[in-house]
Design a binder for this molecule. Structure first.
Ligand code: NAD
Length: 511
């Protein structure tokens, strides 16, 4: 495939060749058989997608099942070579695909490109992993026996993704699943179907050219017609679902009901603790990126700032001007730092949270209103709200998917950690400090209860090398690096007797 550019991603990416693709002039939001992808910056349709239903889901699962039966027997390093070439194809399309991410979900240009880079990184990682998947050998208690475990491919994997990472979340799942010997059936968010179509087409073209048709499959449909039946289907032994906690609870119950495996990557309510000895300039940079980046629409967005009472004023004295200066506008404009919210409903949730915070005694220090951007989309001002002095602000207990940062204060680090851990979610966390004793307390068993705990960086922007995911209402799943690959395989414990007699474990004698 030739290299594509950002000039016109809708034409240069492999979209029009998909029979589901409907050009913008024929996209009709009133037609229930279509999903229309709107540019959140302008509210204008980018294109439409003909929705799949039960028949297409059935065909995709069967295609994935047939592919799995062949793919599981392909040596893992050979599977890695397919993934390596997918990474190469994504490099060729990075500019255009990054632009499409920005156009479809409103991320600023650099973050759109960063998202595609993340998928390229995970493809590189998975390629290496394809030569490193290994099992342990344990000492057998029996003479002339060998006891070991090995990891087998699991089956076709169902992947359900959220709107805000329309490319990378598929990458985290699909690249690892592929080297593990699994095929993939992907159900993307209906708010970002075009990025999904282009991404899957790029991967499918590479795999098919190499003789591996059917490893990567995409079904674009409503929750009732496609997502829910997918979660209930026993032919998909693992469902990896990314989205809200509300969605995760439903998916988790359905999958548990059939004793399937579930990998849940759900919401977050992430906090940063700022100690008296913190480098405040560093804290401001970290907070600005983590709380305002992606207009607060990351699962890892910093939503709560827990600042020591001795430095809260100077910290806010630096942070508020930085908030005021953050350029809001067209995500395709290189100078913009804050793009649109995904929908008007997100704007209403933002307005509602601010009103609620005010009624609970919170004080809006900056922002707190819509931004005056005349592009047509829903733009809001990055907002800081200070909790009342008793730290009681119930609205801060929930994830509002927008750029709102609630500020709390503390005297003692143990109280700060208790406050930090007091929410239902457990995804990402951070402490800003120059004192090793404070950072070690934060990282101790009595410290942060989150899946991710950082020191002197913010809560967002994780690297793919580590396992990504969180505890409590975040769902407990782990994706991307470290040993996350184990979720995509089945463990098999094997005992080989190379002696001439049958020896029983635990010294049992029989006959
Ligand atoms: P959402 O929950 O509305 O939808 C996510 C996906 O689930 C969509 O594809 C949707 O169609 C599907 N879905 C919804 N109900 C379903 C059901 N009953 N059965 C099967 N599928 C169903 O989330 P969203 O608004 O697209 O994304 C924002 C949310 O995602 C936030 O809460 C954010 O924190 C979370 N998120 C988490 C991570 C993570 O890795 N932890 C990453 C990105 C986003």
């Amino acid at each position: 495939m030739p290299q594509t550019t950002a000039a016109n991603p809708l034409e240069s990416l492999p979209l029009a060749s998909d029979p589901r693709f409907i050009p913008a002039d024929r996209a009709d939001p009133a037609d229930a058989s279509q999903a229309v992808s709107l540019n959140p910056a302008t509210g204008q349709p980018l294109a439409g997608v003909r929705l799949d239903g039960a028949a297409e889901l059935e065909a995709a699962i069967e295609r994935a099942r047939a592919a799995f039966l062949r793919w599981r027997l392909v040596p893992a390093p050979e599977r890695g070579e397919v993934v390596r070439r997918i990474g190469h194809a994504l490099r060729q399309h990075k500019d255009a695909l990054g632009a499409l991410v920005s156009m479809e979900v409103g991320k600023i240009r650099s973050e759109g490109l960063g998202e595609v880079q993340e998928t390229i990184d995970i493809a590189d990682y998975a390629t290496g992993l394809s030569r490193m998947i290994g099992g342990r050998t344990m000492p057998s208690e029996r003479a002339d026996h060998r006891l070991f475990e090995q990891w087998q491919p699991l089956g076709p994997i169902g992947v359900i993704t959220a709107f805000n990472f329309p490319n990378a979340v598929w990458g985290w799942n699909a690249m690892i699943a592929a080297v593990c010997g699994d095929s993939v059936v992907w159900k993307p968010s209906l708010m970002a179907p075009l990025t999904a179509m282009a991404t899957n087409a790029i991967a499918d073209a590479v795999a098919s050219e190499m003789g591996h048709e059917g490893v990567f499959n995409l079904v674009i449909g409503t929750d009732d017609a496609v997502a829910k039946p997918m979660t209930a289907d026993p032919r998909l032994p693992l469902i990896s679902a990314t989205g809200s906690t509300e969605m995760g609870r439903k998916v988790g119950q359905v999958v548990a009901g059939r004793l399937g495996k579930c990998l849940l990557e759900l919401g977050g309510n992430n906090a940063v603790i700022v100690e008296p000895d913190a480098d405040l300039d560093l804290a401001v940079s970290a907070l600005l990126f983590a709380a305002v980046g992606t207009a607060g629409q990351r699962c890892t967005t910093t939503r709560r700032l827990i600042a020591h009472e001795s430095i809260v004023e100077p910290l806010l004295g630096k942070l508020i001007p930085a908030y005021e200066k953050a350029p809001i506008g067209d995500p395709m404009d290189e100078d913009t730092l804050v793009g649109p919210l995904i929908t008007e409903q997100s704007g209403e949730a933002f307005d509602g949270a601010i009103e609620e915070a005010r009624s609970q005694g919170g004080t809006v220090l900056v922002g707190g209103e819509r931004a005056d951007v005349s592009l047509g989309g829903c733009f809001v001002k990055p907002t800081i709200i200070r909790a009342p002095s008793n730290n009681q602000l119930p609205v801060a207990q929930r994830e509002t998917f927008g750029p709102i940062l609630y500020v709390f204060t503390y005297e003692d680090l143990d109280d700060a950690i208790e406050l930090h851990n007091s929410t239902a979610h457990g995804l990402s966390s951070a402490i800003m400090t120059s004192d090793v004793r404070s950072s070690e307390r934060f990282l101790s068993p009595a410290g942060s209860d989150c899946g991710i705990a950082n020191v002197n960086i913010g809560t967002s922007g994780a690297e793919i090398g580590g396992a990504f995911g969180g505890e409590k209402d975040t769902g407990g799943g782990r994706e991307a690096g470290s040993d996350s690959w184990k979720a995509y395989m089945r463990r098999q414990t094997c005992t080989i007797n190379y002696g001439a007699s049958l020896r029983l474990a635990q010294g049992v004698r029989f006959g």
